[in-house]
Design a protein around this ligand. Structure first.
Ligand code: FAQ
Length: 320
């Protein structure tokens, strides 16, 4: 009741206090319009990333080297589709429809993770995606389990559990190659060479260049900054690469005793900007494939809608 009597500035103050007190914001709570829009932007782009992310690995389902690997990969790719669904559902609670989100993806109005615009050239790439891409995704998503918006935070709990399995299966698959014959080890090294830098780009621009970070941190949508998360990922990945006997392709990578972290080289930010603005190696393929498959699935959506309408009409008739 009191909320109705407050003006916008007072409502914002109460809202910020709730965030500062670590209370979760739920769909029916009052929220600033910019908070709602920023969340829709981030959650929908996260959902698009999960769904577009099915494509590079999906490319290898028919060519997995054994039946066991095929089953694992099928399950993993299906999990990523599920993550997209939880995330789209979470964004829908903020008052945007699935159709609007899909349109934003297909017209290029909404972004998705840059990493999925790189091709999967060999079987080792599937292992590298699990190890590095899922590994980077977990580092980011663990912190998002504490994001201030309830439905997003809760979706992240399950997503993190599944991503953790994905990361391990990728690492285990790369172990087989890295401890195999010379040719297999070379395949693993080549995959690391190609996926390392794009994985670091997943964390976004440097904090100083990040347009959304300061407001998103204040609202606790983001709990850790892009650079902090990237550093954690580098620190966790170096010993993992060492165990595999593989070399991370960065001549500036060095343990810094004083900082207690690894120093590492500079990302090619021109490449990053090119890729997020639609000009990476696979951007066009990824979107045109999404459009094609989405159109092919129209009959399923039509059939589900028709069935729902028939069911509702029957129930109405019964209760009349
Ligand atoms: N790629 O101001 P910031 C996965 C954009 S899930 C593309 O720093 P923010 C699972 C950014 O959107 C991977 N665009 O932005 C899987 C913004 O553009 P906008 C996805 C990027 O939001 C594994 C602009 O640059 N995870 O991999 C990227 O504060 C294996 C300015 O940037 C998430 O989405 C990028 N790398 O921080 C699936 C996690 N970086 O919107 C299959 C949730 C930045 O103004 C196989 N998202 N941009 O047009 C986040 O944590 C944040 O949104 C960041 C970016 C950290 C990605």
């Amino acid at each position: 009741m009191t909320e109705f009597k407050m003006n916008e500035a007072e409502l914002e103050k109460v809202f910020q206090k709730r965030i500062d007190d670590e209370q979760k914001i739920e769909p029916k709570d009052w929220m600033p319009e910019k908070y709602r829009k920023n969340l829709i932007r981030q959650i929908s782009q996260h959902a698009h990333s999960e769904v577009i992310g099915m494509q590079p690995e999906g490319n290898w389902i028919t060519r997995a080297p054994t039946l066991r690997r095929k089953m694992v990969l099928l399950a993993k790719v299906q999990d990523e589709g599920g993550h997209g669904l939880y995330l789209y559902s979470s964004a829908e609670t903020l008052g945007i429809s699935r159709e609007e989100m899909v349109e934003a993806l297909q017209t290029g109005a909404a972004k998705y993770a840059s990493i999925f615009n790189y091709p999967t050239l060999t079987w080792a790439d599937v292992g590298a995606i699990g190890w590095l891409v899922d590994g980077a995704a977990i580092v980011n998503q663990i912190s998002l389990q504490r994001t201030s918006y309830g439905p997003y935070a809760r979706a992240m709990v399950r997503v993190c559990k599944e991503e953790s399995f994905h990361q391990r299966q990728g690492y285990e698959s790369l172990m087989v190659l890295a401890f195999g014959n010379a040719e297999q080890k070379q395949m693993a090294q080549d995959a690391l060479d190609r996926w390392w830098w794009p994985s670091l780009m997943m964390f976004g621009p440097h904090d100083a260049d990040s347009a959304h970070s300061s407001q998103s941190m204040k609202w606790k949508i983001k709990r850790k900054s892009n650079d902090e998360l990237r550093q954690s990922f580098v620190d966790q990945s170096v010993p993992q690469a060492e165990y595999l006997g593989l070399k991370i392709p960065d001549s500036n990578l060095k343990w810094n005793e004083e900082r207690g972290h690894y120093d590492f080289g500079e990302i090619d930010w021109d490449e990053f900007l090119r890729v997020i603005n639609g000009d990476g190696m696979c951007n066009r393929d990824r979107i045109s494939h999404h459009v094609k498959v989405h159109n092919e699935g129209q009959w399923v959506r039509d059939a589900m809608r028709a069935y729902e309408e028939k069911k509702r009409a029957r129930e109405l008739k019964k209760s009349a």
